[in-house]
Design a protein around this ligand. Sequence first.
Ligand code: ATP
Length: 315
Amino acid sequence: MTEAWGPDDDEPRRHHGPVRVRVPAKINLHLAVGPLRADGFHELNTVYHAISLFDELTARSGDTLALTMEGEGAGTLPLDETNLIIRAARALAARCRVPAHARLHLRKTIPLAGGLAGGSADAAATLLACDLLWGTGMSREELAEVGAGLGSDVPFLLHGGTALGTGHGETVSPILARPTTWHWVVAVAETGLSTPEVYRQLDTLRESPWPPKPLGDADELMAALRQRDPEVLGAALGNDLQPAALAMRPELADVLKAGHQAGAVTGIVSGSGPTCVFLATDAAHAARVADEINAAGVCREAVTARGPMPGARVT
Ligand code: ATP
């Protein structure tokens, strides 16, 4: 791994060659959504978990700021000033008072608008890559501060692992548990869901005569993580956004059912959906569950993944 600082350096090290950063997707093992705040955000109490589905961002020196991409969303995702990668590069340049000059290339695997925080992951990767390319020498905490202004999940994607997210998700505290690898199946949908619309749907459901019961804090989930037993963890997973995603996309019930019939420990909508994730007991079990979900033809593709993974890292 390339470090921003050498052992005897007074100055942050500047990279002249390309800087390549790999960044994971996230799922939420627990996502408790509080009431809508005056600032337009919902108060969250969430447990983030980084999984082995990665985007890769390469930064090279250039005379202007330019972005190209390949993979998921190529041809659909705008590469202009609205892209979180461009916004992240500009935010870092403004904070460090350097010109926002870089040639950036994204290789995207994380599906768009999938509830896996792909855009936030790309912003996190950009902050790290440009910091090294420009020699701006920011700490991960300083990058997380810049990232919090771009998206609630960006600070977590700089840190990775499994972590508690509070505030609107931007305040991240690592959860220290004995190292355990969890095995997942990620069922990717044909088309995405808009995160703000899913939150609005939840607000509507909460005003209805039969509001869904909100989750409490993450204590049970945290205790389950320490037990390292997939059955115990499976019973503790929860997502307040799931009823809203199911109301907007009723066919997600078929995906959850297919995972259940395939023998997954449990299944849950990831974040705002429409991706569904299933917990398996080990790698071979995850592969069997993924095969059966694929055979059921209820989603675009089911793939296996492991977690927790580190956050954005130079490769
Ligand atoms: P979250 O759960 O963080 O809200 P998501 O996983 O549901 O996110 P993303 O793929 O992160 O969805 O992106 C949501 C929207 O953000 C996209 O539909 C797109 O319009 C916009 N966007 C801007 N930049 C990017 C990027 N680099 N990658 C993906 N989406 C981006």
